[in-house]
Design a protein around this ligand. Structure first.
Ligand code: NIG
Ligand code: FE
Length: 396
């Protein structure tokens, strides 16, 4: 195509309910709902959204058949570079054993023993699984290598598949450093950071009993920031702790989990721009108490909803499943949960080109086999995602 030619335009029309996530469009709600709607795509971008009857002329036309269209899901928290699985640990938990950070060691051993090809094949498989369920943007992390070479290769593999790559050398202190955690923090903030930073956008720490305390987390995130990475934190998952307030203090993009929050934690989140990312797959798979999304939303906190897909605490790649849990058990309305899984995820990744369907946004969208987005929670477990478009191309 020469530079003077424009890309072919396509209208997706006969949309019963369109979620734009642009309050200036449609009904004025945060979801910016438009009924009897159409979306016009040119190249990889949305160029127009509105009522079907007002749609401009286009080269191609796709009939959505009275179904719902929404932005592709933005899964802002996953751990997809790993080998092996933890079926036995899950089985033991479902017989009453508690989840602890220590299970991560099992996956570290399997991941270190795997070839690059095996790790990449696993990642590709889970990404395909997520795409079929509507995820068009995803973040993923290292954290199961915990040596300089193993962390760097995990990130290099991840970076071949997404721009949203997070260095999580501080997932746990590996067994080889059990006697000297300070030396491991030195490695994570020194040689390992140097090897990993070129492949990553973000730095993360598991701030928790049995992993890293507040002082260690602060040192690690500060070192990462000095090396050009932006902080995000696994915070307050298994117990109360300093993680959430540290996240806000460091202006982290996101505090993830937020299961055990004091009023001061909620106030801190409401005072800053750090997004609270809730991961109900983890509470489901560890039989833990649900994070209180209602409390955060009522305090004015921006909430994202993601899968945390990993072989230990949350082995689901399904955002629709997380939406259903959040609505049933965390006090979210269907509208809020859908917003959090799209625009909320984008906010947690500090992105404004995804998570919304307005002119200029990336043409990443889903067609549901249902007349509205509410069915994602109303019909749990049903594979409602019938089409997935990414960058203007239909992929599912
Ligand atoms: O986000 N919390 C720390 N990391 C993961 C669990 C990792 C694992 O158990 O393998 C999480 O839940
Ligand atoms: Fe996680």
């Amino acid at each position: 195509m020469s530079s003077t030619e424009t890309a072919a335009s396509t209208v997706i029309t006969n949309i019963a309910t369109l979620v734009t996530n642009d309050p200036s469009l449609g009904d004025g709600s945060p979801l910016g709902l438009v009924r009897d709607a159409a979306v016009v795509i040119e190249g990889d971008r949305v160029v127009w959204t509105g009522e079907s009857s007002k749609a401009p002329a286009t080269d191609n036309r796709v009939d959505a058949g009275g179904r719902a269209v929404l932005p592709g899901f933005v899964d802002s928290h996953s751990h997809l570079v790993f080998a092996g699985d933890r079926t036995e640990e899950f089985n033991a938990r479902m017989s009453g054993r508690a989840y602890s950070a220590g299970g991560i060691r099992t996956t570290v051993a399997a991941t270190r023993a795997a070839s690059d090809g095996e790790l990449e094949a696993g990642l590709v498989r889970y990404l395909a699984e997520a795409l079929r369920q509507g995820t068009t943007t995803f973040e993923t992390k290292s954290g199961y290598g915990l040596t300089v070479a193993d962390e760097a290769r995990a990130l290099a593999i991840a970076a071949r598949h997404t721009d949203e790559v997070t260095y999580l050398g501080a997932h746990i202190v590996p067994p080889d450093y059990a006697e000297d955690p300070a030396a491991y923090v030195e490695l994570v903030t020194g040689e390992m950071l140097e090897a990993c930073a070129p492949h990553a956008r973000w730095i993360d720490v598991f701030c928790e009993k049995g992993a890293f305390d507040g002082d260690q987390a602060r040192a690690i995130l500060t070192a990462g920031r000095a090396r050009g990475l932006t902080p995000r934190i696994h915070a307050n998952q298994l117990s109360y702790g300093p993680g959430v307030q540290l996240a806000v203090e460091l202006d982290a993009a996101s505090a993830d989990h937020c299961t055990h929050l004091t009023d001061a934690d909620v106030d801190a989140l409401a005072s800053g721009r750090t997004v609270a990312t809730l991961l109900p797959g983890a509470e489901f798979s560890t039989r833990a108490a649900w994070p209180d999304a209602r409390r955060l939303l009522d305090a004015g906190v921006t909430v994202a909803l993601s899968t945390d897909c990993n072989p230990g605490s949350s082995f689901t790649s399904s955002v629709p499943f997380c939406i259903a849990l959040a609505v049933r058990d965390m006090g979210m309305t269907p509208d809020e949960a859908v917003w959090s899984a799209t625009a909320g995820g984008a906010a947690a990744l500090r992105r404004d080109d995804v998570g919304r369907l307005a002119p200029g946004a990336r043409a990443d969208l889903l067609v549901l086999d249902a007349p509205s987005h509410v069915h994602l929670a109303y019909r749990p477990g049903v594979p409602l995602v019938s089409q997935v478009w990414r960058r203007g191309v239909r992929e599912v």
